[in-house]
Design a binder for this molecule. Structure first.
Ligand SMILES: *Cc1c(COP(=O)(O)O)cnc(C)c1O
Length: 372
């Protein structure tokens, strides 16, 4: 655990983002994606706040373990937990975990579908199906839909609780051919179920990138992840296509451990990298042991008027930042690596080539999370 370096999550900013999203999308319900521990922010406090205060009732996880943790730690709350990828019903006991804890598996292959449909204790359990419309990762094959319909009818089911698919390229223009093919394929799958008299209670297709481009807003649900944490998920060249201007819900701040003048060429840190210019060197209390990757070497850090460059090697516990001569950098003060403004994260991503998803998820367990 660190002192002075922290990841602060502001609930009022999340509330702002949810309001902004709801006022734009009008109809659909939000299935809030909180996999990977709420994209590094801490799933449990996020779900507790979003469920109690923002009336969000559905949450998306990647693994059964993530969903179980929510059920165990928030036993009095009333929400649905979807698990998107951690599925293998041939493991003894796995189905029971889902059934007994009312955790909803997103069934994405026929082998698991068969076991699910054949389990007597799950006869009335919600059936959730994900189809592969072009992502080519997980998902039932559209070409097999007739057989799938037979399997469903054979056990006397007449409805699907939630039918979904996932875009491969939502961070690119939604008008491109790949995205349009996926949209058309999903529409065809829906019609074929209807033609077979299988009713569909819920549908969803869109993650952040698609929502930002107004795609999938006529389904019953949307599945936003990244946008609710603040940043846009569109690539910079089409960023202007997005209506989204969320607040970054987190502030990542660290501590100035040391500050001193350096001369041009002075070697610093491991490997003795010479500094390119004379200036003020700040040693900050964050390193790859906290999730500040060695790939962030050279990145510009800006906190208000303070602006410096990460120089030399990123260490496990510290980084060195070179500020211009004359900068007043006081030992013992905090330095914000990012805060509410999306521009900071955007700049960070642009310079490092890392996507915001990864920056958040990499945040290490040594960095304490605080919630305000
Ligand atoms: C992660 C995920 C999402 C959310 O994606 P974002 O780009 O973060 O909005 C939605 N749907 C599925 C199936 C996912 O795996």
């Amino acid at each position: 655990m660190r002192f002075g370096t922290q990841f602060i999550v502001y609930f009022d900013r999340l509330a702002h983002n949810v309001d902004l999203l709801r006022s734009h999308i009008k109809g659909p319900e939000i299935l809030f994606m909180v996999k990977a521990d709420g994209y590094g922010h801490g799933a449990i406090p996020l779900v507790e706040f979003a469920n109690r205060e923002l009336n969000i009732k559905e949450f998306g996880l990647a693994t059964l373990g993530e969903a179980l943790a929510l059920r165990q730690q928030l036993p009095s709350l009333n929400f649905e937990a979807y698990v998107f990828s951690d599925l293998n019903f041939s493991i003894p006991g796995m189905l029971e975990y889902y059934g007994e804890n009312r955790i909803l598996p997103v069934v994405h292959n026929e082998r698991d579908l068969k076991i699910f449909l054949g389990a007597p204790q799950l006869r009335h359990f919600p059936l959730i199906l994900k189809f592969n419309t072009g992502m080519n990762r997980l998902g039932l094959a559209p070409e097999r839909q007739e057989e799938i319909i037979k399997m469903i009818k054979q056990v006397g089911r007449t409805s699907i609780y939630h039918l979904m698919t996932h875009f491969a390229c939502a961070s690119l223009n939604m008008k491109n051919a790949q995205n349009q093919r996926q949209i058309a394929s999903f529409a065809a799958i829906k019609s074929q179920f209807k033609a077979a008299n299988i009713s569909i209670e819920r549908t969803s297709i869109s993650n952040s990138g698609a929502i930002e481009q107004n795609v999938g807003l006529d389904e019953t649900h949307i599945r936003p992840g990244l946008m609710l944490y603040g940043p846009s998920s569109l690539i910079p060249s089409i960023r202007s296509k997005s209506w989204w201007h969320g607040k970054v819900i987190s502030c990542f701040e660290t501590l100035v451990l040391n500050s001193f003048l350096v001369a041009k060429g002075q070697p610093i840190g491991y490997g003795g990298t010479p500094v390119k210019e004379a200036g003020v060197l700040g040693v900050l209390s964050v390193g790859y042991g906290d999730g500040f990757s060695t790939r962030y070497q050279g990145v510009t850090l800006k906190d208000g008027k303070l602006c410096g460059e990460v120089v030399g090697r990123v260490n496990m516990d510290m980084i060195q930042v070179l500020f211009p001569n004359g900068t007043e950098l006081d030992i013992g003060t905090n330095f914000k690596i990012w805060d509410e403004e999306e521009a900071q994260i955007e700049q960070f991503c642009k310079e490092t080539g890392v996507i915001p998803y990864e920056i958040f998820c990499q945040m290490g367990p040594r960095v304490p999370r605080y919630y305000k």
